[in-house]
Design a protein around this ligand. Structure first.
Ligand code: SF4
Ligand code: SF4
Length: 376
C-alpha cells in the first residue's frame, strides 16, 4: 500500500496554494520527513517552453513559490532547475514567472547544461542513460509536474516530467533513439524515473490542460493538488480520477510491466479527499494517440502508414513561421517553402516535439484514418 494525497485548491492565490501544498505534504508526514536542514533541494517544475502561467503549459509560479517556502521552513536550500528543449532557461524563466519567484524567495536557478552518462545493468533496455550532471550535486528532488494531456504519451504527469532532467540539446537524440514506438519511448521515461527517483512528486492540477497537450491543448480548471512519494502511484491515481484509459497511458503500462511503482488503484490509499468527490467528468484526452509501432510491420508502406496514423500539421492562420518547430524536430523533417511548412511524413517519428515547442499553439494533430474510424 502506498499513499497519495489530494487537496482541493481552486485558484492561484498564494495563501490558498501554500495551504493546499502544505496540507498535501502534511498528509504524507510533513516536509521535515523529506527535507533536512542544509539539504540542497532541487525543485523541478515543468518549464516546457516560454509560456505565460495562464496558458497552463508550465507549472504555475505561485505553486513553485509555495513549495520553495515550505522547503525553506524545513531548512533546505532550494534550487529551481530544468532544461527546456529549445530556448535557454534564462528566457523561459522570465516568461513563466520563475525569475520573479527566484528573486522573491532567494532560490537559485540551476540550469542543466552538462550531461553525464549513467551505465545501467542488464535488467534494463537502455544500457546507458544521460542525465544532467548538475543533479549529482543535489540531495533531494521535488518533482513539480503540471497536470496535462500529451499527444504522444496520453498524459504528462510525474514520470514524464523527469524527461526535463536530460539536457535540452540531447532530448532530440533520445527522441530519435526511441523512434516512432511510443512504448519504447515510455520505457526510456520509466527507466529514467527509476534512476532519478524524486523524493516527492507534487502535481499542479489547479489549472491543467486537456485536449491535444502538452502545449497546444486547452486549459482546464481542475482545482486539485496531488502529492506522493511514488510518482507512478500519483500518475495512476490521477489517470483514474480523470477517467482515463490506462491502456493508452504508456508510462503507466510500462511502469506496471517493470514493477516500477504501484499501479493497482486498490493498493493506493488516497488521503485528504474521497475519490468519489473529486472525479473529473468529461475530461478531454488527446484526439489521437499513435497506438501502433508501425516499424514492426514492414509490409505497411510509408504512404499507407501516413494515411493510417495521425501527423502534425501547422494551422496556417496562426503559424508565424518562426522556425521553432524546424529547430526542434529531431529527424529534421520540416522545412519552409512558399510561405508554409513542408513535412516529410515518411521520416517523421511522430514525437510531436514540434507541437511542444510551438509558441503560438499552431502545430495541430491531423487525425489519421485509424483514429477517425476506430478512435485509436
Ligand atoms: S508551427 Fe509554430 S513553431 Fe512552427 S513555424 Fe509555425 S508558429 Fe513557429
Ligand atoms: S515533424 Fe514533428 S512529430 Fe514529426 S518528427 Fe518532427 S518534431 Fe516529431
Amino acid at each position: 500500500m502506498t499513499q497519495v494525497s489530494a487537496v482541493k485548491t481552486e485558484r492561484y492565490n498564494y495563501t490558498e496554494v501554500y495551504n493546499g501544498v502544505k496540507k498535501s505534504v502534511t498528509l504524507l508526514g510533513g516536509i521535515d520527513k523529506f527535507v533536512k536542514k542544509g539539504d540542497r533541494v532541487l525543485i523541478k517544475p515543468n518549464l516546457l517552453s516560454s509560456k505565460s502561467p495562464d496558458d497552463a503549459v508550465t507549472t504555475h509560479p505561485v505553486f513553485v513559490k509555495a513549495v520553495i517556502n515550505l522547503v525553506k521552513e524545513a531548512g533546505g536550500i532550494p534550487y529551481i532547475g530544468d532544461s527546456p528543449s529549445l530556448l535557454s532557461l534564462k528566457k523561459v524563466i522570465k516568461k513563466t514567472g520563475m525569475e520573479d519567484v527566484a528573486v522573491e524567495t532567494g532560490a537559485q536557478i540551476l540550469e542543466f547544461v552538462e550531461s553525464v552518462t549513467i551505465n545501467r545493468n542488464n535488467g534494463n533496455i537502455f544500457k546507458s542513460l544521460e542525465i544532467a550532471k548538475e543533479l549529482k550535486e543535489i540531495d533531494v528532488i521535488i518533482n513539480l509536474p503540471k497536470l496535462k494531456t500529451h499527444v504522444q504519451m496520453y498524459l504528462t504527469l510525474g514520470v514524464k516530467n523527469l524527461f526535463g532532467c536530460i539536457i535540452g540539446k540531447r532530448k532530440a537524440q533520445w527522441h530519435l533513439k526511441a523512434g516512432v514506438n511510443n512504448v519504447y519511448f515510455a520505457k526510456m521515461l520509466v527507466e529514467l524515473y527509476e534512476y532519478i527517483k524524486p523524493t516527492l512528486t507534487i502535481v499542479d492540477g489547479i489549472r491543467g490542460m486537456e485536449g491535444d497537450g502538452p502545449s497546444c491543448g486547452t486549459p482546464r480548471d481542475i482545482g486539485l493538488i496531488f502529492a506522493g512519494v511514488d510518482a507512478v502511484a500519483v500518475d495512476t491515481m490521477i489517470c483514474h480520477i480523470l477517467g482515463g484509459d490506462f491502456k493508452k497511458f504508456y508510462t503507466y503500462t510500462v511502469a506496471r510491466e517493470r514493477n516500477a511503482g504501484i499501479t493497482d488503484i486498490e493498493k493506493i490509499e488516497l488521503l485528504g479527499e474521497r475519490i468519489e468527490n473529486i472525479l473529473v467528468r468529461d475530461f478531454k484526452f488527446p484526439t489521437a494517440i499513435i497506438d501502433a509501432n508501425f516499424s514492426n510491420y514492414p509490409f505497411i508502406g510509408r504512404h499507407l502508414r501516413n494515411f493510417l496514423i495521425s501527423k502534425p500539421k501547422e494551422d496556417r492562420e496562426t503559424c508565424t513561421l518562426c522556425s521553432f518547430c524546424i529547430e526542434a524536430c529531431p529527424p529534421h523533417v520540416i522545412k519552409k517553402g512558399n510561405g508554409r511548412l513542408i513535412f516529410n511524413y515518411d521520416e517523421c517519428i511522430r514525437c510531436f516535439c514540434c507541437s511542444e515547442v510551438c509558441p503560438e499553439g499552431a502545430m495541430k494533430v491531423r487525425q489519421g484514418f485509424l483514429h477517425r474510424v476506430f478512435n485509436i
